[in-house]
Design a protein around this ligand. Structure first.
Ligand code: 0O3
Ligand code: SF4
Length: 324
């Protein structure tokens, strides 16, 4: 509810924070540490959050960039963002025990890429170069996939046969910008085929819709999330597009600049899908310390999705429980 002029207000958006895929990935590393004991190797950051990675590292997780840093025969967890088939082959070559924490909604995009490639279609993958999810999805069918990073790319990308083109996307993009890119692609390629279901996932889309609700009447929107978290960075852009007068991303409360709060009455808060909620609570406490009222929550929708842990881990946990 909009506050009266002259009255300070803090509104925290919901849904925010952990999605089902992040929850599963973080629990996977925790349970792997419990079950096998440290060290447990993790390829790349399990999720793009500094605090999550630091906390798991304190418990004995070792984060590596590539598998050649993992000793032969050791256990390695693949991050929530997914891996290409080449990485799976490398793991087999090095006789690693793998636990795949790829979010099932990312795996779904991999399946779509394989299916379109099998039908010999060209795939325009909307996403950001260098992002691990894009590297993983592209690796499923490198000879069929071309990356489209922006509306400008959509105007210039070349295809071999405009009658056999499909599009897919990274799961954590801006919904509005992606739809704009698709509209521009379809103007050029009217027979462009859509993915069978949305690739931008429920969590990305809910967090963007929820921040839009609070942004229009916010002088400032603070997004909690790490700099390399695509979905967190998108929330800043979405808040500004939706009318927030200013918006900044912080890893935690200590990064809030007091200058941002000068003359500000209405503050909106949200967080990315990889962000533990205690970091948001830290931001709310910080605002209370600076004379802002206790926050109210504005909830757009409930989320109830839960994913089962990776089957290879579940099997070992069951074996442990039965004393085998
Ligand atoms: O993909 P993104 O950089 O937003 O990754 P985060 O911050 O780890 O969030 C979870 C998203 C994910 C694992 C892939 O969809
Ligand atoms: Fe899965 Fe979506 Fe979360 Fe990514 S943001 S881990 S696709 S639920």
């Amino acid at each position: 509810m909009p506050a009266r002029p002259g009255e300070k207000q803090v509104v925290v958006a919901a849904p925010r924070g952990y999605c089902a895929g992040v929850d599963r990935a973080v629990i996977t590393v925790e349970k792997a540490l419990d079950r096998y004991g440290p060290p447990v190797y993790v390829r790349k950051q399990i999720v793009h959050n500094k605090h999550v990675v630091e906390t798991l590292a304190e418990r004995g997780a070792i984060f590596v960039e590539e598998l050649d840093e993992v000793p032969e025969g050791a256990t390695v967890v693949f991050s929530a963002h997914g891996v290409s088939p080449m990485v799976r082959d490398q793991a087999t070559d090095r006789r690693l025990k793998t636990i795949d924490a790829t979010c099932p909604l990312v795996t779904k995009v991999h399946h779509e890429a394989r299916r379109f490639a099998k039908e010999d279609r060209e795939i325009l993958l909307i996403g950001h170069a260098g992002h691990e999810e894009v590297e993983g999805t592209s690796g499923e069918a490198p000879e069929h996939i071309t990356l489209v990073q922006s509306p400008a790319d959509a105007d210039t990308v070349e295809v071999k046969d405009p009658t056999r083109v499909s599009w897919l996307s990274q799961t954590t993009l801006s919904v509005d910008e992606t739809m704009q890119i698709v509209r521009r692609l379809r103007e050029r390629f009217p027979l462009l085929q859509d993915p069978p279901s949305d690739d931008i996932c429920y969590a990305t889309s809910n967090r963007q819709s929820a921040v839009k609700q609070i942004a229009a009447h916010s002088d400032l929107v603070i997004v909690v999330g790490s700099a390399n978290s695509s979905n967190s960075v998108r929330l800043v852009e979405v808040a500004l597009d939706a009318g927030a007068k200013a918006s900044y991303r912080v890893d935690n409360a200590s990064e809030i600049d007091d200058g941002w709060l000068e003359g500000v009455e209405h503050v909106g808060i949200t967080s990315g899908a990889s962000v533990p909620d205690d970091l948001v609570q830290g931001v709310l406490d910080h605002l209370v310390d600076r004379g802002f009222p206790v926050a109210t929550e504005e909830r757009l929708t409930e989320e109830n999705l839960v994913f089962a842990l990776p089957p290879e881990l579940r099997k070992d946990l069951r074996r442990n429980a039965s004393g085998d």
